[in-house]
Design a protein around this ligand. Structure first.
Ligand code: SER
Length: 337
């Protein structure tokens, strides 16, 4: 008999590591994790980890003979800044990789006669506001507003959200009359900030980079203007969002894609909070034109009313608690000594 598992792709990334810690503590599932990289040594034993590529179809053909995938958290992706430097690769990983996994989930769904749950992190990058005047006017956007991304990553995420809906209701396999329906659920995340890991390749990275640099006594030049406002959320809330959406009864979900957020803050406001915790921090502003151009098209806030209504979404950490109770104490601890 095949072993029932939850599969996590992109498992060595920031969200993946935090999700494995959380899921392994509850011991509800055996975890199969996949990434191009190994997991950090201290995570050994929390999952069965496979070093491999989401584009490797032979690898997946082998995996499904051994494992029955019940839930799939598909986290593997190139983030927004990196994708601008390697758009072809970004498309391959972010779109072709996702398509291959949806196909796999559809095959598995058909084989076992029960939908595979496919949980997919999307992003504020799915939005593209035309100018700063609009960003200042439409302070929080709903899921269907301004879906005109200007980055490869944003286009990839938006398209994969649509693919998810397609595979949840319209995908007809050859010689079949009934659609094969996977159970696709997605959250659009704001910038994420972890106390334990540092992001790479994203455009919201200035927040966490500023904080981690300050904790290590390193000077930091922020790559966006002081007045740049974006929504953010701490990693622990991001994990609760993925798990909360995953656990919600299908019948209560009126959308396949939900905004989730916690607090909006300017880069100057971020610096103030970092300085309050690390008074010697040296933080300057040296905007990078390309990265500034990206964040100027992203909304200052997300309207997450649908998530609150349909699956009781609520972040545990507002800005005060985020810095005071989660980020600063854990980051102090992390770099102590
Ligand atoms: N944090 C991501 C990025 O900056 C956005 O989802 O690319």
């Amino acid at each position: 008999m095949r072993k029932r598992v939850v599969l996590i792709t992109g498992a060595a990334g920031e969200i993946g590591q935090a999700l494995i810690h959380d899921l392994s503590a509850t011991a509800t599932y055996d975890i199969l994790s996949l990434d191009l990289h190994p997991l950090p040594d201290e995570m050994k034993g929390l999952s069965t980890h496979i070093v491999g590529d989401v584009l490797d179809k032979k690898l997946f053909a082998r995996l499904v003979t051994e494992y029955e995938i019940d839930v799939l958290f598909h986290l593997a992706a190139l983030l927004s800044t990196r994708s601008e430097f390697a758009p072809d690769l970004a498309h391959q990983v972010n779109v072709n990789g996702t398509l291959a996994l949806m196909q796999l989930a559809a095959d598995q769904t058909q084989r076992r006669g029960e939908p595979v749950k496919f949980i997919f992190p999307s992003s504020i990058a799915a939005y593209g506001l035309p100018d700063l005047a609009t960003k200042e006017r439409d302070l929080t956007v709903r899921e269907w507003d301004w879906n005109y991304p200007t980055t490869m990553y944003g286009c990839n995420k938006l398209y994969c959200e649509l693919l998810g809906s397609y595979y949840s209701g319209h995908y007809l396999q050859l010689a079949r009359t009934e659609p094969v329906m996977i159970d696709f659920r997605s959250v659009r995340f704001p910038g994420l900030i972890s106390a334990f890991t540092v992001p790479s390749g994203g455009t919201t990275d200035y927040g966490p980079e500023m904080l981690h640099a300050a904790a290590q006594g390193k000077p930091y030049a922020c790559f966006v203007r002081e007045d740049t406002i974006l929504p953010f959320m701490v990693m622990s809330d991001a994990i609760q969002a993925l798990l909360g959406l995953g656990a919600a009864p299908r019948t209560s979900l009126r959308r396949s894609v939900y905004n989730v957020t916690s607090f909006s803050i300017s880069a100057a406001g971020f610096r103030e909070r970092v300085l309050a915790a690390f008074p010697d921090a040296q933080i300057t502003f040296q905007p990078d034109l390309r990265r500034q151009g990206i964040v100027d098209t992203w909304p200052a806030g997300l309207n997450d009313r649908s998530a609150r209504r349909d699956w009781d979404w609520q972040p545990a950490y507002d800005v005060e608690r985020a810095f005071g109770e989660y980020l600063v104490p854990n980051i102090h601890q992390r770099y102590k000594g």
